[in-house]
Ligand binder design. Structure first.
Ligand code: UGA
Length: 436
């Protein structure tokens, strides 16, 4: 099959490489010339483990090509995936301008009976509107095929999806898209277009709800002296609940959960059936990132000139993505309160720099970042941080050697035995004094 992929971000890059790897002829296009050049050279302009290797394989096999939209006069007849961004509007709705631009570009390129497959996350109802407003005078058909790829694990998720959702109006288009996934073992659910769109939002909203739920329980654990790690395990063993997404911490970030939960909440308000639960999920998540500051205030009456090392800027490990990352808010707030901040991330320093105040220092090593710090705030649980030589770290920190573990990722007992003051999220009540 001939496949065009419009938009080469975290999703489009994987879709293009994945289908090229299955032997399809794939053309990836993007309006960002630098991105196109980078993909052409087999380099990925962002950090996604395994993607560069897959791209290179496709380029070598001759099944994968990249170009700028201006270089294409006529598109292949076949399948055209739309994988452009759908960011938040300031009021919480979804900015569909890139989707409309992609559809119009496709329409102008005379591609016969092609099937447009929407992989971008678009609010329920969008597909039908696009068909009626944009596609009714064309031979193009439309299928909704939401993605469930996690950044940092996208290649694994591509080859091992939990399910494939195909929302279509006509059977032929649905079957054509279904055939594209024939080499992948996963349950396939055929639905109508709006249902497929809703599945995507409901899935993200549910996972975000789990996170906010466990964070609220963690905050209560701190008050009553219970241990959230064991609470998560204890409730997760019930198969009706499940252990996934019950890791308490500083809340969710990234390019998906925050915007999708907001968009669903906005849509519900617009349609007059306010989803109160989602409002709470958003509020809990927004407040959760204040936790390190609240905890530091318990140690320092003022944060003015307090030396703080922030470990982790990406919204989660294994990505360079800092969109809606809790670390950005935490660093900005620390600086506003007068703290002297050094920050480190194994992959996201460059991406984070434009969003951080100039006075934030970003040393080139973790140890340099830690040197002289009175307090350490772990925001992203990169293995590099978990596996630090903590005995050495103890020597470079200065009193009170406070570690705020915002992801409950560190070995509390070990840190206490090494003389650190430790505080997790819901790990039995605030700051715990070292053993010696
Ligand atoms: C999420 C979904 O997991 C994917 O299925 C979906 O395709 C994607 O959004 C999307 O809509 O495109 P992603 O944003 O890459 O994927 O990241 P996740 O691994 O889901 O984590 C999201 C956030 O939740 C991170 O900030 C993470 O630190 C946080 N999280 C996750 C927790 O705080 N606790 C947990 O137990 C799990």
């Amino acid at each position: 099959m001939r496949i065009t992929v419009v938009g080469l971000g975290y999703v489009g890059g994987v879709v293009a490489a994945g289908f090229a790897n299955a032997g399809h002829q794939v053309l990836g296009v993007d309006v960002d010339r630098r991105k196109v050049l980078s993909f052409k050279e087999g380099a990925v302009p962002f950090y996604e483990p395994g993607l560069a290797e897959l791209i290179e394989k496709g380029l070598r096999a001759g099944t994968l090509q990249f170009c700028h939209p201006d270089e294409v006069d006529k598109l292949w007849e076949g399948v055209i995936f739309i994988t452009v961004g759908t960011p938040s509007q300031p009021y919480g709705g979804t900015d569909l301008s890139q989707v409309y631009a992609a559809i119009r570009w496709i329409k102008e390129r005379n591609c016969g009976h092609s099937v447009i497959v929407m992989k971008s996350t678009v609010p329920p109802g969008t597909g039908i509107r696009l068909i009626e407003e944009e596609l009714s005078q064309t031979e193009l058909t439309y299928v909704a095929n939401p993605e469930f790829l996690r950044e940092g694990q996208a290649i694994h998720d591509w080859f091992n999806p939990s399910r494939i959702i195909i929302g279509a109006r006509d059977k032929d288009s649905a079957e054509l898209v279904k055939a594209l996934y024939q080499n992948i073992k996963a349950p396939i659910l055929l639905t109508d277009i709006t249902t497929a769109e809703m599945i995507k939002y409901a899935a993200n909203a549910f996972l975000a709800t789990k996170i906010s739920f466990i964070n609220e329980i963690a905050n209560l654990c701190d008050r009553v002296g219970a241990n959230i790690d064991e609470v998560s395990q204890g409730i997760g063993l019930d198969p009706r609940i499940g252990t996934a997404f019950l890791r308490a911490g500083l809340g969710y970030g990234g390019s998906c959960f925050p915007k999708d939960v907001r968009a669903l909440e906005f849509l519900s308000s617009l349609l007059g059936c306010n989803l109160e639960l989602l409002r709470a999920v958003i509020n809990v998540n927004t407040k959760q990132r204040l936790l390190p500051i609240q905890r530091l205030f318990e140690l320092f009456p003022s944060l003015k000139n307090v030396e703080v090392a922030v470990l982790g800027l990406a919204f989660k490990p294994n990505t360079s993505d800092v969109r809606e990352a809790p670390a950005l808010d935490i660093v900005r707030l620390l600086v506003e309160l007068g703290a002297s901040v050094r920050a480190f991330d194994p992959q996201a320093m460059e991406a984070a720099r434009p969003f951080l105040p100039a006075q934030v220092k970003m040393p080139s090593s973790i140890m340099e970042t830690l040197k002289g710090a009175q307090a350490v705030v772990l925001v992203t649980e990169w293995p590099e941080f978990i596996e630090l030589p903590w005995k050495e770290v103890a020597k470079v920190l200065v009193k009170p050697r406070a570690i705020f573990d915002g992801r409950n990722a560190l070995d509390k007992e070990k840190l206490l035995s090494l003389g650190f003051l430790y505080c997790g999220v819901g790990r039995q009540g605030g700051w715990i004094k070292p053993e010696r």
